[in-house]
Design a protein around this ligand. Structure first.
Ligand SMILES: O=C(O)c1cccc(C(=O)CC[C@H]2O[C@@H](n3cnc4c(=O)[nH]cnc43)[C@H](O)[C@@H]2O)c1
Length: 226
């Protein structure tokens, strides 16, 4: 787990923990945040389990007022285009459940818990508006957490039907959000869209464009939390 900290941090302001999956995402967010001492940006690994463990470890080590899951993600066609940003209005573990002869059943339907974690709605709305005011293409909607990257149009349609309004898909949000919920902390998820959710096409991925968008969004997050 990579960990950026600042010895001269002011202890009085809101401290924010940002968890990304990989170092390239962390570096993009850090560039946007311009070394602001209130933020710790940590790489927590790929997937919900790694990100939950990393977030829990970081939250146990220091006091934070807000947790943010940030990185690149897939955009649902018609909802979030490549290069745009998605601010989650809900974080949904979209494949947490059981396959049955009648179709997928979520943990909620099975009575084993909830596959949805609420974000800080007011902050998510403020961030979305600020991104849009800054001229960045920004959307809001549920961001799905999956353990397997979607690779077919059929799965993309199934997920979009399972979670109405689904805007983006990634692999860490629910893990980070579960760790934040455990501590009673508010959470946000921010995704910069590198690819469309659907048939696998590595040639169509635009990682650099997404990382640039993530950096720009980091600067706006800084403004919103000022
Ligand atoms: O080899 C592939 O086809 C492939 C396709 C998508 C993603 C990967 C990764 O190993 C990166 C996963 C990483 O990036 C986030 N991410 C970005 N786009 C998506 C997506 O469409 N669905 C799910 N996750 C995505 C994710 O949060 C991970 O951190 C390989």
């Amino acid at each position: 787990m990579g960990h950026e900290s600042n010895a001269s941090r002011e202890q009085t302001g809101l401290r924010v923990l940002v968890i990304t999956a990989v170092a390239a995402e962390r570096d993009a967010v850090l560039r946007g945040l311009r070394g602001d001492a209130r933020f710790d940006v940590v790489t927590g690994g790929v997937g919900p389990a790694a990100s939950a463990a990393s977030a829990a470890k970081a939250l146990a080590a220091a006091g934070y007022g807000l947790v943010v899951s940030a990185g690149i993600g897939g955009g649902f066609p018609g909802r979030a285009e490549i290069g745009s940003l998605v601010v989650a209005d809900a974080i949904v573990a979209a494949d947490l459940g059981a396959e049955t002869p009648e179709g997928f059943r979520s943990v909620d339907e099975l009575g084993f818990g909830s596959s949805r974690i609420a974000v800080d709605a007011s902050l998510a709305a403020r961030l979305t508006e600020a991104l849009q005011r800054a001229g960045l293409p920004a959307h809001t909607g549920p961001v799905l957490t999956v353990s397997t990257v979607t690779g077919t149009a059929a799965t993309a349609s199934e997920l979009a039907a399972r979670v109405p309004g689904a805007a983006a898909e990634a692999m860490e949000g629910f893990g980070v959000a579960a760790a934040a919920r455990d501590r009673g902390l508010p959470v946000l998820e921010l995704r910069a869209i590198s690819n469309a959710v659907g048939p696998r096409d590595r040639e169509a991925w635009r990682i650099k464009e997404a990382l640039d968008a993530l950096e720009a969004a980091g600067a706006i997050l800084l403004e919103v939390l000022r």
